[in-house]
Design a protein around this ligand. Structure first.
Ligand SMILES: C[S@@+](CC[C@H](N)C(=O)[O-])C[C@H]1O[C@@H](n2cnc3c(N)ncnc32)[C@H](O)[C@@H]1O
Length: 303
């Protein structure tokens, strides 16, 4: 089963400006967006470099895109090391489609889903940490902080307490045990929303997702050709806020306090924001693919 790429038409329209350009899909996953780019009739001379930290996803992308071998290069790695992977030249665009793929979610042996019982791991690639280790080592305060910060979960204290209580009886090694600990303190009518925030929080923590994004952004700007674009699809407000603030900051020419008579910061704008408001999927897309429901696409251009 392939992951269904979100807002593929919008990504194509807003990202690809040069029909002979070199683009980087920094979260190629199983290759949905990249396939769309490579097969488009106007992009027959476009080349794509695809990065993903998940080797299993890359294997699928490689098979799926074998007809485009000459215009595609795949790299296993973390997009936070962008300059290490791509040093030596400039690029015409970067695409980030954040979060996890349906492939990862559907594989219960990786522990991303609360719907099925499996070992509690949640590492996206070999470089991620395991939630199992964190849950056995972290104190109640730390667990509570992760739930609050990365899951924006209001009941973080109560849930952390229940997790620690369960862990004191038996090490938490399976998603089912975590689900049970959460169910013990949350009303049934709120349980699915809460579980999705709890699992999101641990996944973001285990894979250092927010820091990866923060570290990626300035590198992408440095590697862009003038006129090149960064397109980012995010699925929750924590990521969207980071992208929005970064774009706004990079669009400013001066960041001196307003009462300074002359500019002393020497800051120069590097980006022009293309999407003042984030682009959202059409209702028909959300109907066909519920995963698109929370997606927001932001695009900026190197000036
Ligand atoms: C939403 S999926 C991308 C799906 C893809 N656009 C498609 O159409 O098939 C996100 C992918 O990003 C990868 N990923 C997440 N964080 C990453 C990181 N820091 N570096 C590299 N890949 C990452 C995940 O492993 C996953 O395969």
């Amino acid at each position: 089963m392939f992951h269904i790429p979100v807002m593929k038409r919008e990504v194509l329209e807003l990202l690809i400006k040069d029909p002979k350009g070199l683009y980087v899909d920094c979260t190629i996953g199983t290759g949905g967006h990249t396939e769309e780019i490579l097969k488009s009739r106007t992009n027959q001379d476009v080349t794509v470099i695809g990065i993903d930290r998940d080797g299993l996803a890359l294997d699928i992308a490689k098979k799926r895109l074998k007809g485009y071998q000459k215009r595609l290069k795949l790299v296993q790695g973390n997009f936070r090391d962008l300059e290490k992977h791509l040093a030596g030249r400039k690029y015409d665009g970067f695409l980030l489609d954040l979060g996890i793929s349906s492939l990862q979610l559907a594989d219960s042996s990786r522990g991303f889903s609360y719907m099925e019982d499996g070992p509690i791991d949640m590492a996206m690639g070999e470089d991620g940490s395991s939630v199992r280790e964190m849950l056995s080592g972290a104190g109640q305060e730390e667990i509570s902080r992760i739930l609050k910060e990365f899951g924006e979960e209001k009941r973080h204290r109560v849930i952390a307490k229940s997790i620690v209580r369960a862990r004191d009886l038996e090490e938490i090694v399976r998603t089912g045990q975590l689900v049970k600990a959460v169910k013990e303190v949350i009303y049934p009518n709120k349980i699915y929303g809460t579980l999705s925030r709890v699992f999101q929080a641990f996944r973001i923590w285990a894979n250092d997702e927010l820091e990866n994004l923060r570290v990626f952004l300035p590198q992408a700007v440095r590697l862009l050709n003038t006129g090149g674009r960064i397109a980012i699809i995010s699925y929750h407000s924590l990521e969207d806020r980071i992208v929005k603030r970064f774009f706004v900051h990079e669009e400013k020419d001066c960041i001196c306090p307003p009462d300074f008579p002359v500019c002393v910061c020497d800051k120069q704008a590097k980006l022009r924001i293309i999407t003042r408001q984030p682009v959202l999927p059409a209702p028909s897309e959300i109907e066909e693919n519920t995963r698109a429901r929370s997606a927001k696409l932001r695009v900026a251009e190197r000036i």
